[in-house]
Ligand binder design. Structure first.
Ligand SMILES: C[S@@+](CC[C@H](N)C(=O)[O-])C[C@H]1O[C@@H](n2cnc3c(N)ncnc32)[C@H](O)[C@@H]1O
Length: 325
């Protein structure tokens, strides 16, 4: 673990998986049928930049809807959450949290994200928007984080988890249950969790959200191969794969994949891998949950729903969870 003090006072702790762990995960993922890597591999510096561009596309309405909901309901949400230090899982640009910070006026804020340079920039920018706030960035895979590092900003503080962006949808339901249980442990003993969840709706609009006309979703997926080439000595030809995003009704999810355009062999993570023509490498899932389905899942992970705020079209909900007694 290394700690860095950024220019404007924010502190950054580096717990990013080391190269050997990344190599093991890629070997595991490419050995699966179908081939699939953890979604966080999509987020290097370029992946984070492309994700920000996706959020600005007209087809991807999630960011605009959730941001508006947070702005509109910040006071009510803050009152329901009560005092404490917000801890954001997968903070990205850390812009969505600002209305909550204004309403909560907490002493500190903690951002967790896998994308190191993007996290450092986000913490710096947030610190300049909120100069009085203590800001701690933790670069890590939050799905593997067993405890939060001891830090004065967290001492004696109630922990207010914030997990926006419907990122829980990247995990299949058993993994999502395990992640929610783990968040309960990280936020114990008396924390709460505010979580943004996207709901199932018209298939055409869901598929368009993950395959924007400007091509940012495709470029975001393709950048995974560039990243594997650079970080794990890969030999992928990104041009030999095409991007596909499709709704899978039985599972209630969007599956995003890179599909091999022909038979090919690729080296990465110290091994050779073959791809058949038409074979998919799944880059991420986005599971959608109706509010009742989500609260059932959360209950199985030890949480009870104590508040919900939705957009007028009922496409998206912010759920507030507290530990079940
Ligand atoms: C879908 S984006 C959401 C960003 C932002 N929270 C929002 O709502 O717009 C997911 C963010 O979580 C980060 N991320 C994805 N998987 C992660 C993991 N396992 N551990 C830590 N960060 C992760 C990515 O780097 C990215 O910033």
């Amino acid at each position: 673990m290394s700690t860095r003090f950024l220019e404007r006072r924010a502190t950054l702790v580096d717990l990013h998986p080391v190269a050997a762990d990344m190599q093991r995960l890629v070997v595991e993922g490419l050995s699966r049928v179908p081939k699939q890597l953890p979604a966080w591999f999509l987020y290097d510096a370029e992946g984070s930049r492309l994700f920000e561009a996706i959020c600005r596309q007209p087809e991807y309405r999630l960011t605009a809807i959730e941001t508006a909901l947070l702005r509109q309901e910040a006071a009510a949400i803050a009152a329901a959450m009560g005092p404490g230090v917000p801890i954001e899982f997968g903070a990205g640009s850390a812009r969505k949290v600002s209305p909550l910070l204004e309403a909560l006026a907490p002493p500190a804020y903690v951002a967790l994200d896998i994308s190191a340079s993007h996290l450092a920039e986000a913490c710096e920018a947030l610190q300049s928007r909120h100069p009085a706030l203590g800001v701690l960035g933790i670069c890590c895979d939050y799905s593997q984080l067993q405890t939060l590092p001891a830090h004065p900003l967290l001492e004696g503080q109630r922990r207010l988890g914030f997990y926006p962006g419907s990122s829980l949808g990247n995990f299949d339901p058993p993994q999502a249950r395990a992640l929610l249980s783990q968040f309960a442990r990280l936020l114990a003993p008396n924390g709460c969790l505010l979580i943004g969840i996207d709901q199932p709706r018209q298939v055409a609009s869901l598929e368009a959200a993950y395959n924007d006309r400007a091509g940012f979703s495709a470029a975001f997926a393709s950048n995974l191969l560039v990243r594997l080439n650079r970080d794990l000595n890969g030999s992928f030809d990104p041009g030999a794969f095409s991007y596909r995003a499709r709704w899978q009704e039985p599972q209630g999810r969007i599956e995003m994949a890179l599909v091999s355009q022909g038979r090919q062999r690729v080296a990465v993570a110290g091994q050779d891998w073959s791809f058949a023509a038409g074979e998919a490498l799944i880059t991420e899932y986005s599971y959608k949950y109706a509010p009742e389905a989500f609260t059932t899942l959360a209950a199985e992970a030890g949480w009870r729903a104590v508040g919900r705020w939705s957009d007028p079209d009922a496409h998206f909900s912010l759920h507030l969870l507290e530990p079940r007694p």
